[in-house]
Design a protein around this ligand. Structure first.
Ligand code: BES
Ligand code: MN
Ligand code: ZN
Length: 490
């Protein structure tokens, strides 16, 4: 998909599908160029259809000429309420509407009504991300191809540099969506390791993959306990990127990588959506997607470590018993009172490993708790950190990406709920505040001199119906927030 600015005006643009965004009020002025081009009373026609240009309202016309073949009019709501997000969502919606027609897609929005230097890139990103389709598992190729060329009409070239970040970032998001969307019989721990190997070769990243034996030697008893009930070998994956020249920031990104979560002997039953638990590696997908984007963008002054303790949570004769006590690689003993709280066990050893790299900060992303889905739904991830600075930075990065993120409390008194009669800690607290105790559990495994944040993406990893720039299914949540955070300017 290629993006460009076109000097052509609305009256003469020669492509196939034309998207025009209009705000509420004064249709006459806004539609004048189109009325004269098509010699048709568009304002009256829209009024007849009762089209008000409300935010997200959309209508389209199949035209009896070659250029354009189709006109899509999308509402942007009230002029005074215009925001970057309005443009993002309107672009996504109208791009989906454009599918099925061949030839260049043109888009005209009232660009000048909003002063944002990112606007054009946001819209380009929204178009590409909303048109993504996963066809890997179909035997018949799809007929509706996305447009190859997208042209921005009426953009002042002084307001805009270029589209250079779009492809690396969207490729990262798409990779994450493909990893999450792939079924658990195809995306195994070994398949994640192979993807990491591919990235390391293609983009020159450093790679280490630790086997079960190597993890055992490092004392990763929590992670290996989760893996022991599966016929598939665990893979501990460590990719890293280092820019040339002096390093100002060294960070580690850790992602939960459960390629399937059956719950273990605390088997997922009833409405627990066991059939969706292929998405339990969404944290690792975000981290690997971010690795792909960072490797291609090659930002200066940073060293970034990407860490995934990949495995499956299954049941067999060697699986963990509920009640087993294991020892993590920092020496902490853990009573596993619930085998379905497995993500935090794998993350415990991954966070200890990340801490030993002595980064300035560690961010972990995980589909960690159903409680977070209940609290925040599927458009907002939960953020836990003791650092106001990190919280502000990540909130800003997420906002810029259009990804929902909301800070939640690390209530110290709730640690009481993790007290074990026998071991140092148990892996599961009481049901109320379940995502808070999960975060408090993770904090035990991070070196206190490192600023750390945990992002629970249990809700945002998947969209049942699709929304905003996300088609139905895997969202690739987190890639853009992480990348924005790493390439931020301060
Ligand atoms: N992967 C799940 C969390 C999850 C649940 C993600 C639903 C997305 C949708 C996690 O491993 C899990 O099972 N968590 C348990 C923890 C509980 C046993 C303390 C949960 O949330 O029920
Ligand atoms: Mn679980
Ligand atoms: Zn899980």
């Amino acid at each position: 998909m290629e993006f460009s600015l076109t000097p052509a005006s609305l009256q003469e643009w020669p492509g196939a599908v034309l998207i025009v965004g209009i705000h509420e009020g004064d249709f006459e002025t806004q539609l004048h160029p189109l009325e004269s081009r098509f010699d048709a009373p568009l304002t009256k026609i829209l009024e007849k259809q009762n089209f008000q240009a409300e935010n997200g309202e959309i209508t389209s016309f199949q035209l009896l000429q070659n250029s354009p073949l189709k006109l899509i009019v999308v509402g942007l709501g009230k002029l005074e309420d215009l925001s970057v997000n309005t443009f993002r969502n309107a672009a996504a919606k109208s791009a989906k509407e454009s599918l099925g027609s061949e030839g260049p897609l043109g888009i005209f929005f009232p660009w000048k009504k909003l002063h944002s230097k990112d606007l054009i890139n946001v819209v380009a990103e929204a178009i590409r991300l909303s048109l993504f389709k996963d066809l890997r598992f179909r035997s018949n190729p799809e007929t509706k191809q996305p447009p190859k060329r997208i042209e921005f009409i009426g953009v002042d070239t002084n307001d805009f540099d270029n589209f250079k970040n779009i492809s690396p970032i969207c490729s990262g998001v798409e990779l994450a969506r493909e990893l999450v969307g792939a079924p658990p019989n195809s995306l195994t721990p070994d398949a994640i390791a192979k993807e990491a190997t591919k990235l390391s070769r293609e983009f020159g990243l450093q790679l280490k993959v630790l086997s079960r034996e190597e993890c055992n030697r490092k004392g990763m008893g929590a992670y290996l306990a989760v893996a022991q009930g599966s016929d598939l070998d665990p893979k501990f994956i460590h990719l890293s990127y280092r820019s040339n020249g002096p390093i100002q920031r060294k960070v580690a990104l850790v992602g939960k990588g459960l390629t399937f979560d059956s719950g273990g002997y605390n088997l997922k039953v009833g409405a627990s959506q066991i059939e969706l638990m292929k998405f339990d590696m969404g944290g690792s997908a975000a981290v690997i997607g971010a690795a792909r984007a960072i490797a291609e963008l090659r930002p200066q002054g940073v060293e970034v470590h990407f860490i995934v303790a990949a495995c499956e949570n299954m049941v067999n004769g060697s699986a963990v018993h509920p009640g087993d006590i294991v020892k993590a690689s920092n020496g902490t003993t853990i009573e596993i009172n619930n085998t379905d709280a497995e993500g935090r066990l794998t993350l415990a050893d991954a966070l200890v490993y990340a801490s030993k790299l002595e980064p300035d900060s560690i961010i972990d992303l995980a589909t960690l708790t159903g409680a977070c889905v209940i609290a925040l739904g599927d458009e907002i991830a939960g953020l836990w950190t003791d650092s106001d600075e990190l919280s502000n930075e990540l909130t800003k990065a997420a906002h810029k990406a259009g990804e929902g993120l909301w800070r939640m409390p690390l209530q110290n008194s709730y640690k009481e709920g993790l007290k074990s009669m026998l071991a140092d800690i148990k892996n599961t607290g009481p049901r109320p505040g379940g995502s808070i105790t999960a975060a408090l559990f993770l904090r035990e495994f991070v070196d206190q001199s490192i600023s750390w944040a945990h992002i629970d993406i249990a809700g945002t990893v998947w969209s049942e119906k699709g929304s905003g720039v996300n088609p139905a299914g895997a969202t690739g949540y987190g890639v853009r927030t992480l990348v924005n955070w790493i390439i931020r300017e301060n």
